[in-house]
Design a protein around this ligand. Structure first.
Ligand code: FMN
Length: 218
């Protein structure tokens, strides 16, 4: 088989494993994100604290849009560069939004969500994270996963290190955006990779990296 054909098949396979959505009825477009807020970046940094008690209030579509945009949204439409830096713009990260209703995959290019599972799976996600109960309560939990081959394909073994650095950049964007919206969040690194992958329904090509519950602080 020609190498070009194999490359296309591998790319299609990786995209499928990453749960990348095809346009369909389940797509939920998000409101356009804003780049104007009422809090300075300095104030957001100063105010950020890990929050582990959340009110049950659902987030608005506007808040959801803003948080996902901060995580991996497109900030340069021409080049499709994103809100968080990426080694060689290889963009290994995938983003999921876990809510009371569903688990959705975020498509940065379309700024849309696609439901990959329906129902309240927050309890199962909390179980997969050593029973950390606030994940059960948070109205939104953002889960970052990665398809490492996108980055290791260019950078070899060192790419694995870059992927973890990128997860930190993206998560910090979410933490600061949350503060600027009057919300709170906490980074969660203690979880079973296999169990989180099973809850999300992602394949072995995709590795869970970071969990960030978000909500109104109690
Ligand atoms: C990589 C990483 C993993 C973390 N994992 C967890 C976690 O699993 N559960 C948790 O409650 N907090 C977790 N935290 C949050 C830390 O406990 C918290 O950042 C630290 O206590 C400092 O408090 P602050 O975030 O309010 O400044 C994690 C933080 C980092 C950076």
């Amino acid at each position: 088989m020609p190498i070009a054909v194999i490359s296309v098949l591998v790319l299609q396979y990786e995209n499928a494993c990453a749960g990348k959505p095809e346009r369909g009825e389940e797509m939920k477009p998000l409101p356009e994100p804003t780049t104007k807020g009422t809090m300075s970046v300095e104030e957001a940094i100063a105010r950020r604290r890990s929050v582990r008690s959340f009110a049950s209030d659902k987030l608005t579509d506007g808040q959801l849009s803003q948080l996902l945009w901060a995580a991996q949204g497109i900030t340069d439409k021409g080049s499709e560069l994103r809100a968080a830096p990426s080694a060689g713009a290889t963009y290994p990260l995938e983003v999921y939004a876990v809510t009371q209703e569903s688990i959705c995959h975020y498509d940065p290019s379309r700024h849309e969500l696609k439901a990959v599972k329906t129902g309240d799976l927050r309890g199962k996600l909390a179980d997969a994270a050593l029973g950390q109960g606030f994940i059960r309560e948070a109205p939104l939990t953002i889960v970052f996963t990665a398809v490492p081959s996108r980055t290791t394909g260019t950078y070899g073994k060192r790419g694995d290190r870059y992927i973890h650095m990128e997860a930190g950049h993206a998560a910090q964007n979410v933490h600061l955006q949350a503060v600027a919206l009057g919300l709170g969040s906490v980074p969660v690194g203690a979880f079973s990779d296999d169990e989180v992958a099973a809850v999300l329904g992602c394949s072995g090509k995709e590795t869970p990296l970071y969990i960030v519950p978000v909500g109104k602080p109690l």
